[in-house]
Ligand binder design. Structure first.
Ligand code: UD1
Length: 346
């Protein structure tokens, strides 16, 4: 069976994708430096799928170490590149770290793919490349203009997309799929893998579940004076398992030679925008848990509203993100309770 190299495969979206790849019959080798993940995630993947992916503790910035991975697994037919630093605020404090990690690793990867004649790449991009789309571009589709990034993190996604376009032009054999994620949330229904934020979470859902479980005192809702129906920001929250499945379809499409462009771009979202307050109230409703929160001022750099037009992915990949929000929020809660149990056992 064909082998897929998954960089960042011990991370949040990466681990859910490894599960889906293995369940679709692929062999997987995970390359991860565990900078923002834990090796026990590999145990979780094995517990779910009954199969342990090969694991290489290698930094994608370590060219020689990364080269050896390609030597060790001559059956790699495609790469899914998740490995990256992803905290927006940290990227403002440490831009060079972000440029080194996120740009350097992609450059190494593309060189090594060319050297080892691996010709299929799926790249994790973000709706951050659209910035705040204009009114007539909401919901946003893939033809909307990319806007200047608001953070070094966002800029690395923009630059990495450009690097892929340039390299696909130069390397005639390379095929790439750029997936622009909206806001991934939730955890595998088994609660054996999920999001493992490092320190205080920046993202909404892990902050909600950590507050609900008592790890944080109170959720801060950043702003209720936006130009939206309830005044809080609107995002397209997509279930991480639905998102993971899109990666398998993207790999299949390239391996089956069905891609019509050398680089194909897909938005991965639900097509439905939800406000912060809608998420908070739905979480309280479905879990029955008390969630202390207060409205505070806006967070710098936040986009007012963005949600996807996922028609292209629906039609071309035959993919749809249709898990109900209640179910997604419950999966996140179940995962948080599982983490609590683990802490108590220690
Ligand atoms: C952020 C990044 C995005 C990145 C993604 C990675 C910004 C502007 N965007 O997306 O580029 O790809 O993370 O995961 O930082 N919120 C609260 N209270 C909280 C946390 C969040 O009210 O404690 C609100 C935010 O103001 C926002 C919404 O929840 O309206 C979602 O926030 P978050 O989960 O951080 O995602 P994004 O900001 O959309």
């Amino acid at each position: 069976m064909a082998r897929i190299l998954v960089t960042g495969g011990a991370g949040y979206i990466g681990s859910h994708t490894v599960v889906e790849l293995q369940e679709s019959g692929y062999d997987v080798v995970v390359v991860d430096n565990l900078s923002n993940s834990d090796v026990t995630v590999i145990d979780g993947i094995e517990a779910i799928t009954g199969k342990r992916p090969n694991f290489e503790n290698v930094d994608c910035n370590d060219y020689i170490g990364f080269d050896k991975v390609f030597d060790r697994y001559p059956d790699i037919v495609a790469v899914i590149h998740f490995a990256a630093s992803k905290a927006v605020g940290e990227s403002v404090e440490k831009p060079l770290l972000y440029y080194r990690n996120n740009i350097g690793s992609l450059v190494n990867l593309l060189e090594l793919m060319q050297k080892h004649k691996v010709n299929n790449l799926v790249f994790s991009s973000s709706c951050t490349v659209y910035g705040q789309p204009d009114k007539d571009h909401l919901p946003v589709n893939e033809t909307a203009p990319r806007k200047e990034a608001l953070s070094p993190y966002g800029n690395t996604k923009h630059i990495n997309e450009d690097i892929i376009f340039d390299q696909s032009h130069a390397n005639k054999s390379l095929h790439a799929t750029i997936l622009r994620y909206f806001n991934p949330i939730g955890a595998h229904p088994s609660a054996l893998i999920g999001e493992l934020p490092n320190g205080v979470p920046n993202n909404l859902l892990p902050f909600i579940t950590q507050t609900a479980v008592g790890l944080r005192e109170q959720l801060k809702v950043f702003g209720n004076d936006y130009n939206t129906p309830d005044g809080s920001c609107i995002r397209d929250y997509i279930y991480v398992v639905d998102l993971a499945k899109a990666h398998v379809l993207a790999v299949n499409r390239m391996l089956e030679g069905k891609a019509t462009d050398k680089v194909e771009v897909f938005n991965l979202g639900t097509g439905r925008g939800l406000s912060v307050l809608e998420i908070v109230n739905t979480f309280i409703k479905v879990t029955g848990v008390d969630l202390p929160y207060k409205i505070v001022g806006r967070r710098e750099g936040d986009i007012e509203k963005v949600w996807a037009d996922p028609t292209k992915a629906n039609k071309v990949l035959g993919w749809k993100a249709d898990t109900p929000t209640d179910e997604i929020l419950l999966s996140a809660w179940k995962w948080e309770l599982n983490l609590k149990k683990k802490r108590e056992r220690k």
